[in-house]
Design a protein around this ligand. Structure first.
Ligand SMILES: Nc1nc2c(c(=O)[nH]1)N[C@H]1C(S)=C(S)[C@@H](COP(=O)(O)OP(=O)(O)OC[C@H]3O[C@@H](n4cnc5c(N)ncnc54)[C@H](O)[C@@H]3O)O[C@H]1N2
Ligand code: MOO
Length: 442
């Protein structure tokens, strides 16, 4: 929490959604950069400028399977009057083009990606030749003569008839034509997707320095909770929140550690948090933040001091998601989000508050999901005055339809939704055809 927020009488006033989010974003910090293997860095923000150490391609090479030739030799080639060249060797990708030199009247069979041999200036695609078979235009190259994938000696020797001329440089990818040595390959701040990781690998980088994915520990609380797959005794329900929230964390970009359900006992919860905090960049709990007799998160984390950290429990002017806890735990001041237990409340709270925090920790900008305007296909409401309501909806072609009702236990409707419809604090109902803000969820 920021000092300003810590000084505010948080427990007895209603916080707006925007104030709560601003407090969170003031509090969380981008994680310290670390060096990661390329695939571990996917989705992360680069913190270094990466320059190209050596040109790409590193050597002139063929873009087609065909024959490396001297342009002057094939200047007059046509199907009617083919130019006949002596094939002096064979160059495969990975082969050493320097072993075969192409002199006047000569050609070398060459495969896509293979280095252009000395003397050759261009490549004639095999389809523009007889493929060395003495017939009409070839469609493929025969396998003969590329033994071992190497080049040179004894390979595909004979004659080839060339049916079309090529100019110097035709079907040749020049050294450095992609990126040159010293070029900026990727600037600091770039988010590493597949193409960026491909470029890094192509220029020979095995590791990069990035802001890592936050490690988010997810635990749910409630003595009524039974893991999925377990038998439900009377009064028990399955723990869905730890799965829901761990999945949310992964979806936001974090590495999620799902702890599962902790019973409603403050000492057990404190001990679990102590165990877990060593592997956490952030902690997310669900349940136990309201005003019930067994509100264990509130009981365990209220009144912390000094190195224990500080967690503040608040009421927010929103629905669902009214009761929330947020603060920092332990000497490392690990951000802790205590979300309400109702599954839809937990989900909406994660989307609105934890997801932006995760993204801010990764250095991703902007941290929030995009909000668009959409027309309501049906009336929406009622919505409580003074609270910003987030209804589940389905969005298509600029229009949104509410699914399920406002109840924060409606996980069936949540699973059908792909958007959140935002009904502002001062609006209690929205007529069909009116425009609303919609948060797209995927
Ligand atoms: N007298 C009042 N009661 C309640 C208020 C209030 O202001 N005054 N607020 C309500 C609101 S709003 C919410 S949200 C909930 C929040 O309660 P808690 O965070 O203390 O959550 P629990 O009581 O532990 O659980 C609420 C509900 O959700 C179910 N649940 C909890 N954890 C899970 C889980 N991991 N998987 C599936 N379902 C879970 C739990 O069984 C309860 O049904 O408080 C209202 N009450
Ligand atoms: O505000 Mo609560 O989070 O509706 O269920």
């Amino acid at each position: 929490m920021s000092d300003a927020a810590a000084a505010a009488p948080g427990a007895d006033r209603l916080w707006s959604v925007d104030e709560h989010l601003a407090d969170i974003l003031r509090t969380v910090r981008p994680l310290e950069p670390i060096e990661l293997q390329l695939l571990d860095a996917q989705g992360c923000v680069l913190v270094e400028d990466v320059t190209v150490p050596a040109a790409l391609p590193p050597f002139d090479n063929s873009s087609m399977d065909g024959y490396a030739v001297r342009a002057a030799d094939v200047r007059d080639a046509s199907e009617k009057f083919p130019t006949v060249l002596t094939v002096v060797g064979d160059v495969a990708a990975g082969g050493d083009g320097a072993l075969v030199a192409v002199g006047p009247g000569q050609a070398a069979r060459i495969m896509t990606g293979a280095p252009l041999p000395p003397g050759a200036e261009a490549v004639v695609p095999v389809e523009w030749t007889d493929g060395g078979l003495g017939g009409g235009p070839a469609t493929t190259m025969s396998a003969g003569g590329i033994a071992g994938g190497a080049s040179g000696e004894g390979a595909g020797l004979g004659a080839v008839r060339v049916h079309r001329p090529v100019t110097a440089g035709a079907h040749v990818r020049a050294r450095g034509s992609d990126v040159a040595a010293g070029d900026l390959a990727l600037a600091a701040g770039t988010v590493l997707g597949p193409a960026q990781l491909g470029l890094l690998a192509a220029i020979g980088r095995a590791t990069v320095t990035v802001r890592p994915r936050p490690r988010v520990v997810v635990l749910s609380t409630g003595s009524e909770l039974v893991p999925p797959g377990g038998e439900l005794a009377p009064g028990r329900i399955h723990d869905s929140n730890s799965y829901l929230l761990a999945a949310c964390a992964r979806d936001a970009g974090a590495l999620a550690y799902r702890v599962g359900a902790v019973e409603d006992d403050a000492a057990t919860l404190r001990a679990t948090l102590e165990d877990q905090i060593v592997r956490a960049d952030a902690i997310v709990t669900s349940g136990g933040v309201s005003v019930g007799a067994y509100d264990v998160v509130k009981a365990a984390l209220t009144g912390l001091s000094g190195d224990e950290g500080r967690v503040e429990f608040r009421r927010l002017a929103m629905q669902p998601g009214k009761p929330q806890g947020f603060g920092r735990l332990g000497p490392g001041r690990t951000p802790l989000f205590a979300l309400p237990g109702n599954p839809v409340s937990a989900y909406v709270s994660f989307e609105l508050f934890v997801r932006p925090a995760v993204r801010a920790m990764m250095g991703l900008e902007p941290p929030e999901r995009p909000v668009i305007r959409a027309e309501c296909t049906e009336p929406v409401g009622p919505s409580p005055r003074g609270r910003r309501q987030y209804l589940r909806g389905r969005y298509a072609d600029g229009r949104v339809t509410s699914v399920g009702g406002a109840g924060s236990h409606l996980v069936g409707a949540l699973a059908r939704a792909d958007a959140l419809i935002v009904v502002p604090e001062d609006v209690t109902s929205v007529p069909a055809g009116a425009e609303v803000d919609v948060i797209l969820l995927d």
